[in-house]
Design a protein around this ligand. Structure first.
Ligand SMILES: [Mn+2]
Length: 423
């Protein structure tokens, strides 16, 4: 495939022209173009194992054909995405949807494709066959100690599997909460959750981190135990030095200022990871950048500023896509998301931070907005394309994927009716 990508990249006079034109414009402004291209080439985002199959809603699921039906095929598909984009060198596994039968063989397969394993995800929001206790009324928060112990044990197994694959972090997202006033005692459920997380933390190897995700509502519709970044931050602080908050873009109420949350968490050294997606109404899990690209740009501005002014030693962030697709080919959709992430990052890298600081200190509101929007309105696509070409990936990944008829080849190999594990 790499040779075919090179052949497609070779016909690129238009790109060369666009890049040199943009490069000249940016150099006049004092931008180091090579540094931005290098930053974009280096930037990597993990693909979740559950995103390679057809997504669904609670109303239905439509087949796409050639879906990966096991972990090996899912890893193969991430390899395709990484070959085409050069931006997806890691997989985030969901347990128990994707338990490797032979972790060392799975690790080897991934390595042969240039992939590694990012944070592993536990699942206590569903009951599994032959499970002793139900999570219907919560897992780590449950009033019944046997249920909590079972959920702690599950997280511990997830850590063991991740450890065998070379992962260094576990992401905990809990559906725990209640749907009716009076159903649950807020303080007891929060207390149980804190206690359970502390026990899971004890089971982690010393070089592991824990990411605590939050979400305001759904599947519970009255109260969620970890409803917001403040609760996650409180639990991360109580749990330990290597426990951090994870921000999922879709896990906020409408109009929440997510860039402000990002800034505060890095200021405190407690931002661990990031789940990219986009949404119009709730946790819609739409393609990154498809609805609110300006918000994504503002978030990247805070991420870049925060990590360049890292007073609290915030660790390098775990970047992951957390989206699902019920209309698009998932591989194409993931490549659109990766592209949107790089575009937002490239634009944020164009912001002249020194000039912005001066404008802020002069309280020149108009100038501040000019600086941000000048960066945002720059068409950075030639930089993003160049960052891919530099690492042997495709100038235009979607075009390459379609030209090489990759989906048809997958359908020929796997059939129309193959189905991925997951929800
Ligand atoms: Mn998430």
């Amino acid at each position: 495939m790499k040779e075919k990508i090179q052949e497609l990249n070779a016909r690129n006079e238009r790109h060369v022209h666009q890049l040199s034109h943009l490069g000249e414009e940016l150099e006049v402004k004092g931008v180091n173009v090579d540094r931005i291209i290098k930053d974009l080439s280096d930037f990597q985002v993990a693909v979740p194992s559950w995103a390679l199959g057809a997504g669904g809603t609670r109303f239905g699921r439509f087949r796409i054909g050639g879906e990966p039906s096991n972990l090996e095929e899912k890893i193969h598909d991430v390899g395709i995405i990484n070959d085409l984009t050069g931006t997806a060198d890691a997989i985030s596994l969901h347990i128990p949807w994707d338990i490797p039968d032979d972790p060392s063989a799975t690790k080897q397969q991934a390595e042969s494709l240039g992939l590694k394993f990012d944070a592993v995800n536990s699942n206590t929001f569903q009951d599994q066959p032959n499970q002793a206790h139900s999570y219907k009324f919560g897992s780590l928060c449950n009033e019944n100690k046997s249920v909590r112990d079972q959920a702690i044990e599950h997280n511990s197994e997830v850590i063991d599997i991740g450890n065998a694959l070379g992962s260094k972090a576990i992401t905990v997202w809990l559906a725990d909460g209640s749907s009716f006033p009076g159903q649950a005692n807020f303080r007891r459920t929060l207390g149980h959750t804190a206690d359970s997380l502390a026990q899971i933390y004890q089971r982690m190897p010393d070089d592991w981190s824990m990411f605590i995700e939050y979400k305001p509502y759904e599947p519970n519709f009255y109260h969620t135990v970890i409803q917001d970044w403040g609760t996650s931050f409180l639990l991360a602080n109580e749990t330990g030095d290597r426990a951090y908050t994870l921000v999922d873009l879709g896990h906020h109420l409408p109009n929440t200022n997510i860039e402000n949350i990002v800034s505060t968490l890095i200021y405190q050294g407690k931002l661990g990871g990031f789940h990219f997606n986009d949404s119009k109404y709730g946790d819609d899990d739409l393609t990154v950048g498809s609805i609110k690209p300006y918000q994504l740009f503002l978030i990247f501005n805070e991420l870049i500023y925060g990590m360049n002014n890292n007073v609290a030693d915030n660790p390098a962030l775990a970047w992951m896509i957390d989206a699902s697709h019920n209309l698009k080919d998932p591989i194409e959709d993931l490549m659109q998301s990766l592209d949107a992430i790089l575009v937002a990052r490239a634009k944020a890298l164009l912001i002249d931070q020194e000039k912005l600081k001066v404008a802020q200190l002069n309280q020149d509101v108009v100038e501040c907005q000019q600086i941000l929007q000048d960066a945002y309105r720059t068409d950075v696509r030639p930089l993003v394309a160049e960052s891919r070409i530099k690492v042997g990936a495709a100038l235009d990944p979607i075009h390459a994927y379609r030209s090489l008829e990759i989906r048809n080849n997958l359908i020929a190999k796997r059939g129309m009716d193959s189905s991925a594990s997951g929800l």
